[in-house]
Design a protein around this ligand. Sequence first.
Ligand SMILES: CC(=O)N[C@H]1[C@@H](OP(=O)(O)OP(=O)(O)OC[C@H]2O[C@@H](n3ccc(=O)[nH]c3=O)[C@H](O)[C@@H]2O)O[C@H](CO)[C@@H](O)[C@@H]1O[C@H](C)C(=O)N[C@@H](C)C(=O)N[C@H](CCC(=O)O)C(=O)O
Ligand SMILES: Nc1ncnc2c1ncn2[C@@H]1O[C@H](COP(=O)(O)OP(=O)(O)OP(=O)(O)O)[C@@H](O)[C@H]1O
Ligand SMILES: N[C@H](CCC[C@H](N)C(=O)O)C(=O)O
Ligand SMILES: [Mg+2]
Length: 490
Amino acid sequence: MKLEELVKPLITTNALTDIPMDLDIQQVVQDTRQVTGQTLFICIRGFNVNGHDVVQEAVEKGAVAVIASEPIQVSVPVIYVKDTVKAMAQVGGTFYQHPSRKMKMIGVTGTNGKTTTTLLLDQIFRDHHEKTGVIGTMYRRIVDQVLETKNTTPDILTTQKTLDEMISAGVSTCSMEVSSHALVQGRVWGLDFDVAIFTNLSQDHLEYHHTMHEYAEAKALLFSQLGNSYDPSKPKYAVINADDPYGRSFFEKIAAPILTYSMEQSADFKAENLQIGKRGTGFTLVFQGEEYKVQMNLVGKFNVMNALAAIAGAYAAGMPLEDILTSIEKVSGVRGRFELVPADVDFSVIVDYAHTPDGLENVLNAANEIKSKRVICVVGCGGDRDPSKRSVMADTSMSLADVSIFTSDNPRTEDPDAILDQMTGHLESGTYTRITDRRKAIQEAVQKAETGDIVLIAGKGHEDYQIIGTTKHHFDDVEEAQAAIKAIKE
Ligand SMILES: CC(=O)N[C@H]1[C@@H](OP(=O)(O)OP(=O)(O)OC[C@H]2O[C@@H](n3ccc(=O)[nH]c3=O)[C@H](O)[C@@H]2O)O[C@H](CO)[C@@H](O)[C@@H]1O[C@H](C)C(=O)N[C@@H](C)C(=O)N[C@H](CCC(=O)O)C(=O)O
Ligand SMILES: Nc1ncnc2c1ncn2[C@@H]1O[C@H](COP(=O)(O)OP(=O)(O)OP(=O)(O)O)[C@@H](O)[C@H]1O
Ligand SMILES: N[C@H](CCC[C@H](N)C(=O)O)C(=O)O
Ligand SMILES: [Mg+2]
């Protein structure tokens, strides 16, 4: 693509004079490590690195033009703009020819339930023989090709490239998790969402968003973006959890039609008469005055909310309700979310990704609903993440689990014992167990387990690593639980 096509909308005509507009651009990147030949490099000022400081490396590797907002000295043409993040979103859309406009795009935001809801949506569309794509915490997936991901919501260039590849692969629907960090950092700017779903909002990430109000404002950005449609004739929908006060506070801010779902309020999609079992949950869906019996393989009240979000989202995307309901009954659970560890023992071990106070509360409530005896909870809190959730998560475990074993999650660059001090400092000694080494904590829980107990290992779900310092070590809660079970049977 010619440089002119990419950058003309960004600059005023008098700044164009010394830019060779017919330069051929084969790649647009924001990371020097990805530069090859014929690249347009965009300088982004980040938290750790200022892209303007490393631009020389980009040029040496083959960048032929640069977009910058701070003065730089390089031998290739520089297009100066006010905001390189905004420019990147615009250029990315042009370079990949706006793939999000060519498919159904469903964005899911909220503190908890994004991965589950996107993967439920994905299973519904696949069950109807659609080719689908997913972008989220666990992976990016293009039909059956699984690509690794660093962030839940990648940077905009990675996303545009992935969506472009989805179009080439024939994908018609993409379900995408949209994190609050991404919304604030412009990682989804310019994407044309057809449906935006809000799951819930509860305490997390306050190290980044500072207050719940700011965090809610970040989530609301997805819904204001819904108004910036490329094609105003295309219907757009917001799908909102009406049981969540933040969800209800969004109503007046959303210009698009809203579909609501709920277990407690009047709503478009309402679940009643829940029957929570060990291997699945039944409920009655009330929609437009009609009642539909639903039986699904997912366990827990919170998963009914995720199912409602997916049902309403698929409906908003144009699928008939009857078709959605036949598929939702078939969906399997999501890896690392209330996942039962296969084991031949008379107690149950469940691995779950609860890493927020609300997530932990929900998952412990679900475990309590199905337990025959005690719930033994193994949980820690991640380092370099919201410290204010630590003592709250410990309190949640203390009040809802019968036995609490506090341990490390991903300590990252923090001292694991300092994290545990923040979790347990206020608790009465002797009322809980504290074991820094997660492997040993899991072994302790399994050794303590008696007939009918549930061991809930929370926080890391599908993660197959533990981040200590900046190094990722292989660590998988399911494998660790199985090894601990094997050891007690020997
Ligand atoms: C705190 C935060 O959000 N950081 C994000 C941010 O990184 P950053 O500002 O530190 O970037 P940086 O390293 O300073 O680099 C700045 C610029 O220089 C470039 N660079 C950098 C180094 C180099 O050698 N050459 C180079 O060109 C970079 O490509 C970038 O353009 O921008 C990066 C690119 O988009 C993100 O990958 C990164 O996410 C980090 C890894 C992260 O851990 N983020 C978490 C907090 C996060 O975003 N989580 C949410 C999910 C939360 C949830 O669901 O609950 C997510 O969406 O993943
Ligand atoms: N609707 C919900 N309400 C409250 N808690 C939930 C809900 N859905 C899932 N959870 C809890 O949150 C955990 C994470 O679920 P999920 O991975 O679907 O959320 P997420 O929003 O994608 O999280 P992340 O922010 O890490 O991407 C689950 O393991 C469960 O403990
Ligand atoms: N998306 C969340 C995941 C947290 C997972 C937990 N295991 C941790 O490391 O804190 C985050 O980046 O905060
Ligand atoms: Mg997720």
